[in-house]
Design a protein around this ligand. Structure first.
Ligand code: ADP
Ligand code: MG
Length: 325
């Protein structure tokens, strides 16, 4: 288990991580999602004690990283796959790591086998492809047989086969009851990898929710309507107790409605429709909406009436989404 409480990191004027509080639990893959620059890597470095928090704290199985005895046996991490001494062979790299952490050398062969590098174990790491380097980094993370694993954007730059392999590995590790925490800036990647989701934007917590809940809440289906008789249609919908959302281009969007119902309603009142189309919002859109500044968010989808309330701080989304999870 990783417990993060009030975690904050400032670099001079820049606040990279702001008052983050969440817990990463064992037995499932937790996705750490946020656009580039959101503060994911900074948070992960602080979890590993590689960066000192400006405020708040991190506990790994109840203790700060620097108080763990044999930390590699508690938490293994892949932060930067290029952080391997290129002149060494894969095997020697892992042997050095094992030796300095009190891990038996026999474990090196096991992890090489797990990541499929046995055949190239004696080749120099600097000649490895990106995918092989990534596998070597993961072998290092697995070396101490830790109960907690952390991966920072592990699928970046990998081919589909490599992506599939890493995804399956993470899910298997979670199925063994381990805590698996993985970051990505891609909603689509998290949707197929993670069971739980922590979303951050500009260093702040935006959502902490199960993936199923995130999908349920964000698979918004609606009907788009465009008409030259805008006011007339708006009045009619309000009379029917329907509150549409105004789209950027002047169209009206009606949530969870059937197009035939709306079309017949308009026809009965002699309203000409230039568009009547059922739509399904994508998870990618939901993620972009969530992480965009609240001002931008309200520009994209605001209630047509009553007039929009002042933008709420983005943090409230976190609180709101957390409630339902
Ligand atoms: P992510 O991993 O989500 O892309 P990072 O944690 O790398 O985001 O960065 C978060 C913010 O902190 C960014 O604006 C980045 O420029 C800034 N940052 C990260 N590391 C440093 C550093 N060592 N010095 C100054 N600013 C930093
Ligand atoms: Mg990063």
């Amino acid at each position: 288990m990783i417990e993060i409480e009030g975690l904050t990191k400032r670099y001079g004027e820049k606040v990279a991580v702001k008052n983050l509080t969440f817990t990463v639990r064992p037995g499932l893959v937790t996705g750490f999602l946020g656009p580039n620059g959101a503060g994911k890597s900074t948070t992960m470095r602080m979890i590993l004690g590689l960066d000192r928090p400006t405020g708040g704290d991190v506990r790994i199985d109840g203790a700060p990283y620097d108080r763990l005895r044999d930390p590699l046996k508690h938490i293994g991490a892949l932060l930067d796959a290029k952080a391997v001494h290129g002149g060494r062979s894969a095997r020697n790299h892992l042997l050095c790591l094992a030796q300095s952490n009190g891990i038996p050398a026999s474990r090196v062969h096991e992890v090489l086998d797990t990541v499929g590098l046995t055949a190239v174990a004696r080749k120099k790491a600097k000649n490895f492809s990106l995918g092989m380097g990534q596998r070597l980094g993961i072998a290092g993370a697995l070396l101490g047989d830790p109960r907690i694993l952390m991966f920072d954007e592990p699928v970046n730059g990998l081919d589909p086969e490599g992506i599939h392999w890493i995804r399956t590995l993470m899910q298997n590790l979670a199925a063994e009851g381990r805590t698996v925490f993985v970051s990505s800036h891609l909603m689509s990647e998290m949707a197929v990898t993670a069971e739980h989701l922590v979303v951050i934007g500009q260093g702040r917590l935006l959502a902490d929710t199960s993936m199923a809940d995130f999908i349920r809440r964000n698979s918004r289906s609606y009907v788009r309507m465009r008409t030259p008789q805008h006011e007339h249609l708006l009045d009619l919908l309000h009379t029917e107790g329907i509150t549409p959302v105004a789209a950027d281009d002047g169209a009206l969007e009606v949530d969870d409605a059937r197009p035939e119902h709306l079309g017949e309603l308009a026809a009965r009142h002699g309203i000409v429709l230039h568009e009547l189309s059922p739509k399904q919002a994508s998870l990618e859109e939901a993620f972009m909406r969530l992480t965009a500044e609240s001002v931008e968010y309200h520009a994209h989808a605001r209630p047509a009436q009553p007039p929009p309330r002042p933008p709420e701080p983005a943090r409230q989304w976190g609180a709101d989404w957390k409630k339902g999870s």
